[in-house]
Design a protein around this ligand. Structure first.
Ligand code: GNR
Ligand code: NI
Length: 173
């Protein structure tokens, strides 16, 4: 089956606030499989459901596998909330929905997240470094936010202009 398409800025669907996941149905399990396929194909270290046009509070993450020889450790995070945050860290972020751009973003350095996994079991997990950054980046997608919402207006303005110009030039393709 064809891979699902990742929505790209400025698609308005990326600004929607996602709804909590209720019962974990076959459709949810199928969506999760599709999302993991897209994430590893791109490749990316995380992917949130709204990035593939499903406005529900679910994301997948694997911050290990891109390291050399590392095995895949996919994790499914449903209805997440942060129960503790601490410190500050600056990381250069990119996003599959924000093509051709990276920027330094300030995040919490350490977070504790509470969520549900695909079996409906509660997960409580502490994270720091890249993993903490990625959890916050994916959570933002569920709130309709992108990493460019965390940078200065000037930098964001430059990116938006460049992107819109590119889209106009390639219009009607
Ligand atoms: O693949 C991704 N890499 C990344 C690097 C630094 C900070 C965040 C990320 S997440 C990104 C994939 C993505 O867009 N997830 O929503
Ligand atoms: Ni992203």
């Amino acid at each position: 089956m064809a891979l699902r398409e990742v929505l790209q800025f400025p698609d308005p669907r990326l600004k929607m606030i996602s709804q909590p996941v209720g019962e974990i149905t076959d459709a949810i399990r199928e969506l999760t499989r599709d999302m993991l396929e897209v994430m590893y194909d791109e490749p990316g270290i995380g992917l949130a459901a709204p990035q593939v046009g499903e406005a529900i509070r679910l994301f997948v993450i694997d911050t290990e596998w891109s390291e050399e020889d590392a095995e895949r450790c996919p994790q499914v995070i449903i209805n997440p909330e942060f129960i503790h945050t601490e410190g500050k860290i600056i990381w250069e972020e990119g996003c599959l929905s924000v093509p051709d751009y990276t920027a330094d973003v300030e995040r919490f350095a350490r977070v504790t997240i509470r969520a549900t996994d695909l079996d409906g079991k509660e997960i409580v997990e502490e994270a720091e470094g890249l993993r903490a950054v990625c959890l916050q980046h994916e959570f933002d997608h569920l709130e309709g936010k992108l990493f460019i919402d965390h940078i200065s207006r000037l930098k964001r303005g430059l990116y938006v202009k460049k992107r819109k110009k590119l889209l106009t030039e390639t219009d009607g393709e």
